[in-house]
Design a protein around this ligand. Sequence first.
Ligand SMILES: [Zn+2]
Length: 104
Amino acid sequence: MLFGDCGYQFIPTPKGNNLLMFKGYTYSRDHKSLTFYCSKRMAGCKARIKLATNGNIVQADGDHYHERPHYVKTPSGIISKVPIHYIRSGYVDHVERFHIFQGQ
Ligand SMILES: [Zn+2]
């Protein structure tokens, strides 16, 4: 896993935008700054992360009011968002649950 020193990593998305994942939550970048807002910002989540130009997290504000998204890493290293019913059905039980990385 390509975790930064601060314990976050970037996840490439099909649209070409990088999501930042930190403690199991995903953030998308504000285009004008190095601030990353929770992916559920539009739904009212106030959590955000500010990076320094060297990549260190300088600020992490706000609490998430929602659960972590269900991202998984497949054996081939692809990280993707998986519908929860796939996980419950056992369809992706061979992949690593992303949550296990929280706290590192
Ligand atoms: Zn959030």
